[in-house]
Write a protein that binds this ligand. Sequence first.
Ligand code: USQ
Length: 396
Amino acid sequence: MKVLIAGIDGYLGWSLARWLTERDDVEVHGVDGLMRREWVEEVGSASAVPIATLPDRAAALERRSGGPIPFWIGDLRDPGFASEVVRAVEPDAVVHLAECPSAPYSMMDPDHCRFVQTNNLLTTMNLMFALVAEGASAHMVKLGTMGEYGTPGVPIPEGSGWLTHEGETAYLPFPRQAGSWYHWSKVHGSNNLSFACRLSGLRVTDVMQGVVFGVYPSDGDDARLDTRCDVDAVFGTVIHRWCAQAVLGAPLTVYGAGGQRRGFIALEDSMRCLQLLLHNPPDAGEYRVVNQLDDVHRLDALVERVAAAARLHGLAAQIEHVPNPRLEEEDHRYDVASDILPSLGYRSRHAMDADLGAILGKLMTTGDRLHALEGVLHPDVSWVGGRRGRPEVVEA
Ligand code: USQ
C-alpha cells in the first residue's frame, strides 16, 4: 500500500511515518509546508524536544528502514501543488494531518481565525479535489476532532444517530457544537467531505480524535528520529503542559473548576488506530466517522494522576486552578460511543502511568531548552479577549 502523509513534519505525521515504516509493509510518502514550525515560533515557542529538519529526519528514517521516504515541501493551500503531489505519488491512501491544530491560536484575533479556517478548509478541499480528479479510488483518512461534538449533555454517537423531532425519527448527522474557531474549521471540513463522498464516490474516514499524549518510544540511538513535543499555552496540549510544568517546578494549571471531561488517547494507540483504518477502508462513496479515544478523564482527577507520576520522579508537583481562559462547560456529562475501531480489532495497549513517566523522563533530559520556554507556559489567549500579550518586563 502506498500512503501519502500530508503533514508528515508534525507531531502525529512524523510519528505515523515512523510507525508505518518501522512496523508495516507500507510505502510512505510525505508532504508538508513546514508551517507548524513557523506557527510555534510566532508565539515565541519551540518544541521542548529538539527536532531535526525534515530532510535530516527523512534521511535518518531511510537509514533505519532501508527504503526511501520521498517527501515534498510545499503549500497545500495551492490547488496546483496538491494535484501535482497526488498525481505524482498515486497513493492508495492519504492521511490528512496537514491542518493547524490549535484552538488558542485560532482564538488570538480575527486574522488568526481567518487563517486557521482558510488553511484547514483549503488544504482539505485541495486534497479532496485532487483525489476526485485521479478517480476517487484512494482512501482519505482525515483528522477531525472529538471537539466537533462539543459537550452536548447527551450521549455522543459515532458521527450520526437516530434523532427524533416532532415525533418523527431519522438517522442523521449528530449536531456539532464546537468550542473554538479551530474546532469549527474541523466541522466545516467534515461537512465538505461528507458531501464529496455522496457526490463523487470518494471514500473517507473522518477521525474524531481525543487529546493525544505521549512521546514516541526512543531507541536512544538517533535523536533525529524524535517527534516534536509542544508545551506552551497555544500549541501544547494539556498533559504535555502539566508534565512540563512539573519538571520546571511550576504549578500544574487546571483551567477553571476542573470538572471538564475529555477523551484521551496515547500516541502509540493513535498510530495503531490509524494503521488499522488504513488497512480497513470504507466502500467507495462511504463517509465513515470514527471516534478515536480511549479513556475519558475529568481534568481534576487527571491532574492528580500527573502530579503523582511527577512525584515519583522526585518533582514537587503543585496543582493550581486558574481562571479559565476558554468558554467551555466546567462540569458536564461526556458519554461517547466508540465501536468501530474495536470492531476492527483495536485494543488499547498503553498504560497511562508508564506513558506519563516516559513524557516526564524525556522532558527532564531537555534541560535549558525547557527552561527557556518558561515564559510561554502561562495562558495568554482568552476566548473573549483574544491575545492579551505577556506583561512587559520593566528594566530597573
Ligand atoms: N486545559 C487545562 N489546563 C491547561 C491546558 C488545558 O485545564 O494548562 C484544559 C482545557 O481548558 C480543556 C482541556 O484541558 O478543557 C483540553 O485542552 P487541550 O489544550 O489539551 O486540548 P484542545 O484545545 O481541546 O485541543 C487538543 C488538540 C486538538 C485536538 C483536541 C482534541 O490541540 O488538535 O483536536 O485536543 S479534543 O479536545 O477532544 O477536541
